[in-house]
Ligand binder design. Structure first.
Ligand code: ATP
Length: 434
């Protein structure tokens, strides 16, 4: 399939099936903001849950945190965001469009003019005011990353979680950046969700853990079904590195328009903890009682975007094939990411079938996200489930009333097997692997 078509098809499918809607659509939309519909919200939660499982649940060395979006502006002063979190902004003198200088090649992508202003630093943080009086003292910022909430809580977490380096603090939440050129659907938006983890290590171990997290994070996308040829790890050139970084690698995905970042893995050294210690006057360090040693840990940060990751999972999963002479669209999503794991479908709306189908549904609902659907012909309902990526469908038909068996259909192969109702749950569990 031509790649430009792929983007259109996925965006259309997202709209048509309830994954992602343009925000405030009835008012004509609002500048690259999006709402996640009934199916999209489930998938986005699954992306975040998969990250949380891998980063927190299945590890002994990482704890979670949920810090506030609004916080003291002193945080952003100390972190360097007030001074440095800028993009180079240029104006086209011909058509008046504004661009990020590093994203265009000296040519206005809108009108082709090369008559551009000199670049000036544009701070990406959204400014707001807190409380009833709007003056300098009430200025606050919407966080542009979740990481700083982790650094400022370093002492609190250390004191309460009984962890010692190497250990990590993980957080998922919204971040806001006043991007100059948002676009490419949910790839770059001004409001988005991040999944970030700060891993604190003894300074000499920094490089070792950097390698470890690069491999670990690349593997996460692969395990969730993105083919390896659509993924790569790219080391930043020295001139790309942020002022605090001793090395950064990006996990990149082959988007229809080229390689794009899914996640940055940065060696932030002790920059953030030292900055906050200096500005707050508090000690932010680890005291090792055994050796009597006191030190400021180094930090390895894998920082991913949940909404951007979701888009890459959708693009990688999109497929069209022909089944029994009929073409269909199918999202080959990993079962952990699919909005629903199981669809329960009575063959018809006949009252004899409905109670049996509901019984099957109620057996599965405590364990899996299930969709129950009794409208339209069964073929169309299968198509719909294929299109939203539901890996398994359970159909209750008239034979069920005789033999107490149901049909379990697989999305990818469309193969069907009949199993007794009593065995539906273990069958689904075996097929899904969880
Ligand atoms: P870029 O250079 O593309 O602006 P960045 O390097 O500044 O991105 P980071 O600060 O490393 O991005 O953010 C970590 C992750 O957060 C990114 O890899 C991406 O997945 C996500 N992210 C960052 N900005 C946005 C955005 N505007 N919209 C959606 N996701 C974003």
């Amino acid at each position: 399939m031509p790649v430009e078509d792929l983007m259109d098809k996925v965006v259309n499918l997202c709209k048509r099936r309830g994954f992602v809607f343009p925000s405030a659509e009835i008012y004509g939309g609002f500048r690259s903001t999006y709402d996640y519909g009934p199916v999209g919200v489930l998938m986005l939660r699954n992306v975040k849950d998969a990250w949380w499982r891998a980063m927190v649940q299945q590890r002994e060395d990482i704890v979670g945190l949920d810090s506030s979006i609004l916080t003291s502006p002193k945080v952003w002063e100390a972190s360097g965001h007030l001074a440095n979190f800028t993009d180079p902004l240029v104006d086209c003198r011909n058509c008046k469009e504004r661009w990020r200088e590093d994203q265009i090649d000296g040519v206005c992508p809108n009108c082709g003019s090369t008559d551009l202003t000199a670049a000036r630093a544009f701070n990406l943080m959204f400014k707001t005011t807190v409380g009833p009086v709007e003056d300098e003292g009430s200025v606050a910022y919407l966080r542009p990353e979740t990481a700083q909430g982790i650094f400022v809580n370093f002492g609190n977490v250390l004191a309460t979680s009984r962890r010692k380096p190497p250990f990590g603090i993980a957080q998922i939440g919204k971040s806001f950046r006043n991007e100059i050129t948002p676009g490419n659907f949910v790839f770059r938006t001004r409001e988005f969700e991040q999944m970030e983890m700060e891993y604190f290590v003894p300074p000499p171990d920094g490089p070792k853990w950097f390698e470890y997290w690069c491999a670990e994070r690349l593997g996460w996308y692969e395990k969730l079904g993105i083919p390896t040829n659509l993924l790569r790890l790219r080391n930043h050139d020295p001139d790309e590195l942020s002022h605090y970084s001793a090395g950064t690698a990006d996990v990149e995905f082959q988007f229809p328009w080229g390689w794009g970042e899914l996640e940055g893995i940065a060696q932030r050294t002790d920059y953030d903890l030292r900055q906050h210690a200096e500005h707050s006057g508090q000690r932010l360090e680890y005291f090792d009682q055994a050796s009597g040693e006191r030190y400021v840990p180094y930090v390895i940060e894998p920082a991913a975007g949940a909404t951007r990751a979701m888009m890459s999972f959708l693009l990688a999963a999109y497929d069209e094939d022909v089944v029994a002479g009929e073409s269909r669209t199918v999202l080959r999503l990993h079962p952990r990411l699919a909005p629903y794991q199981v669809a329960v479908l009575p063959l018809s709306r006949k009252d004899t079938l409905i109670p049996v189908a509901k019984d099957v549904l109620h057996r599965l609902q405590p364990h899996y996200l299930c969709e129950y659907d009794e409208t339209q012909a069964i073929g169309r309902r299968y198509r719909r489930q294929d299109e939203i990526g539901t890996p398994l469908a359970v159909t209750v038909d008239f034979d069920t009333l005789e033999d107490q068996q149901v049909t379990v259909r697989e999305r990818d192969s469309t193969e069907q097997v009949r199993v007794p109702i009593e065995e539906v749950l273990p069958t689904i569990r075996a097929k899904l692997g969880f």
